[in-house]
Design a protein. Sequence first.
Lengths: 287, 328
Amino acid sequence: MKKKHFEGRHLVEYFMKTIMRISLVFVAGALGLILWTIISRGIPSLTWDMITQVPKGGYYMGKEGGILNAIIGSAYLATGGTLLAILLSLPIALYLKAYIGDSKWGEYVRLSLDVLWGIPSIVYGAFGFALMIAFGVRASLLAGIIVLALVELPIMTRAMDEVIRRMPADLEHAALALGSTKFEVALRVVTRQMLPGIVTAILLAFGRGIGDAASVLFTAGYTDRIPTSLMRPTASLPLAVFFQLGSPYPEVRERGYAAALILTIIVLAVSFGARWLSGRLNRYTVK
Amino acid sequence: MSETNQSLNIQAEGRFTRPSAAPRTRQDKLAQHTFFIITLFPVFLILIVTIALFLRAWPILSEYHFSELLLGEVWKPNSGEFGFRPFILGTAWVTIVGLLLAVPPCLLVSIYLAEYAHARTRSLAKPILDLLAAIPPVVYGVWGLLAIVPFVDDILAPLADRWLGSVSIFSVTQPTGFGILAGGIVLAVMIAPLIVSVSFEVFSTVPNDLRHASLAVGATQWQTIRNVVLPQVTPGILAAIVLGASRAFGETIAVLMVVGNVPNIPTSVFDTAYPLPALIANNYGEMMSIPLYDAALLGAALVLLIVILIFNILSTLVLQRMLRRKSA
């Protein structure tokens, strides 16, 4: 009798489970392949000069120099963009939690943030460019920072909102019952309790910002110097990779691979850092 | 401080007044108004971006008929011909190939993670997806250039030539590896984390009772998924796919690096293409020197934006409704 229980449907079950596992291995394998390609091709031309020097004369023909200009430029751009984005996204996320909750207006705000998230960075770049023409501004660090802040804003706010939303309502009620105003709840309860999530959201957005090329292409320009003022153009890592890969000189292309490796390391470090930090900070919250 | 003292003094004189909450309430109201004004920003930003691009694109929209721009096949900015058709078709081809490659494995992975996998597998899969999502587009481009383009050139193209040469969408005419297929493969990997995580979220909206009821009457797990879970989540899955499509549609740098950038009308997956975002990114440098060129490129950005807005608003509305059902 027992044998009869094995029917075609069990075979289907087994088959589906197998191809699902294969798909999962496929996706994981893609990540492995990407990392392996970037690391194995990047390491040979990764030298100390790459990260400590700015391009010297003839750098783009394979002579000496490095991409310190792009590393510093990207750090400025992403840090500036992230700080600017925090100024907007923290209030929005707190407002959504402490003041309006799941109301209609809250839904509109979330909807528009999700839609903004979907807008590709090339469109933000084109928008920034349109504004720059209108105001007569040249490509500069400031323009790049503003456009990156726009790119990062929806990512950061939605990530914050997702964690803040999950805060136990009891904490909020307890504070309100003691006579706190909503603002005090937002500032002293929500922000502290949800600090790990907020930090993760900020780092997530920073990682996205530092790797974004299409938005800064129009707005930040490119230069071999490290920017000394907000109104100067600045280089950035993604564009350093992009431009060097387009070079006819093999040495320069090799350095492009190394630049891609540097960018990947930074982004992965930020990503792991976010995970580690949120784990550490989580110890101090009310469970 | 002085407020408190004052109120205490008054109490000491025997008259009853509550300690004044005025400054704190005022601070609260002020914060509420400020926060409210800040939340207006994202809502209006969508409008502002659309209007700004529309205004910059107006010179060309007023000069040419809309269908002339969208359907025109010739792109010669120097002689005033702005036909977007090759670029629109290029974008469509790359997006569709990317989706076709990404959707089946991504759905299987999300079903596996949502329905079958151990908590341990899940906690291993999450960082993998996070890392895939964190890798910058330009790095995907480098990977495409170093790994996918040679792979298409050395392995896929000869295979297709040998076995599928008679099928026109697989015919190989420009054997370089650069082209729609390479772009599609890179895009498929780029949009995978998005599709997997959104559809995973959607699967978790189905109440467990339904699964248990089906399993209890003897259905296998796959039967339960097919007949009970999937019908519940179809709109959400479609929304996840549309989100993936719109991400693919606007992807610029990674695609630009592997797709060949030749403005032809593609007929095969091995053909080169020139998607809209690549057009914008490649030509921003010279666009101020040719009349109407900047209007044409910002018009291209406008077309991109409008298609993506439609895709995004529809899918987000569907998802918001589904996820609300879960919390209710």
